[in-house]
Design a protein around this ligand. Structure first.
Ligand SMILES: Nc1ncnc2c1ncn2[C@@H]1O[C@H](COP(=O)(O)OP(=O)(O)O)[C@@H](O)[C@H]1O
Ligand SMILES: [Mg+2]
Length: 278
């Protein structure tokens, strides 16, 4: 089940805007007390001869927000796709919420229900309304009744602040709204971990904030999140841990204070200089 649900619901009802300070104050305690929910050790992944992930070691604790950045082609998508069984590692060990993940695992269905993913392209069904897009997974996978699925769908559509869009088709929505539907769709599956793969990269600039706002609220609800993004304002606000990848390796992993002010690797420093220049 989703943790911290209630907190978010209350905040959403009160219409509170997320306060960055509140996140910062709470997050260290969370990190020290929480159990690991994603544990990767010595992960390697090949596409044919190409070595896409090299000896990856990483731990995400329950409730932790990890932000992963790095140049294009460095393996960010490949890594998080391993976390929900869209890709398989070739060697090493990956344990997600107690499930040992490998290609032959019988528990993949369970894994997909625990780990949701939001993509750069929203991947909504164009021929279904927003509500139907949100209901289909819970009905098929979680075997909810139509009525219960609709109730769940409306709850999460409220949560992403577009209840009035329920009966429209995706093409009738803006990119920002479509991405918020995609986030709601993942939440409808009651996932415990949410992965985001550059969720705002395909959006027009004026729509980026509405999606980031929803993600900040989700972060404050206590959701465990691994977010690939170059939105460094968002990262500073919510990240417990910043990770920089290059050429299939984790080159730097540090709390944001240190990551942004004093990264230990020169490559990370150069990358940050480039993306923070403007
Ligand atoms: N399905 C695939 N087959 C072959 N090579 C792939 C595949 N997916 C990704 N790659 C390669 O693996 C590397 C890492 O890709 P990716 O994880 O998408 O990087 P990032 O998300 O950091 O841009 C890239 O060089 C990419 O071309
Ligand atoms: Mg990618």
């Amino acid at each position: 089940m989703l943790h911290g649900h209630e907190g978010w619901r209350k905040d959403a009802q009160k219409g509170l805007r997320p306060l960055a300070g509140a996140v910062v104050a709470g997050r260290r305690e969370l990190m020290t007390n929480a159990a690991p929910i994603i544990e990767a050790t010595h992960l390697d992944k090949f596409y044919g001869d190409f070595h896409a992930l090299k000896d990856i070691a990483l731990t995400v604790h329950q409730g932790e927000k990890m932000v992963i950045c790095g140049p294009s082609g460095s393996g960010k998508s490949t890594l998080i796709r391993c976390f929900n069984g869209l890709e398989w590692h070739n060697s090493g060990r990956l344990v997600i919420d107690g499930i040992e993940v490998h290609e032959q695992s019988r528990q993949m269905r369970g894994l997909r229900q625990e780990v949701g993913m939001v993509f750069q392209q929203f991947n909504l069904f164009p021929h279904l309304t927003v509500l139907e897009n949100l209901m289909i997974g819970p009905m098929k996978v979680r075997r909810l009744s139509r009525a219960k699925a609709e109730e769940t769908a409306r709850t999460y559509l409220d949560r992403v602040h577009i209840p009035e869009q329920a009966d429209k088709y995706p093409a009738q929505l803006s990119g920002g709204q479509q991405q918020r539907v995609a986030i709601a769709r993942s939440l409808c599956m009651e996932t415990r971990i949410m992965l985001f793969d550059e969720p705002t990269s395909a959006l027009d600039p004026e729509m980026i904030n509405e999606v980031l706002d929803v993600m900040v609220e989700l972060a404050q609800s206590g959701m465990t999140m691994v977010v690939v993004t170059h939105e460094m304002g968002f990262a500073r606000k919510v990240a417990d841990t910043m990770v920089f990848m290059e050429a299939g390796r984790i080159v730097e992993s540090a709390p944001p204070e240190r990551f942004f002010t004093n990264p230990s690797s020169e490559r990370c420093r150069l990358f940050l200089d480039q993306i923070l220049e403007y």
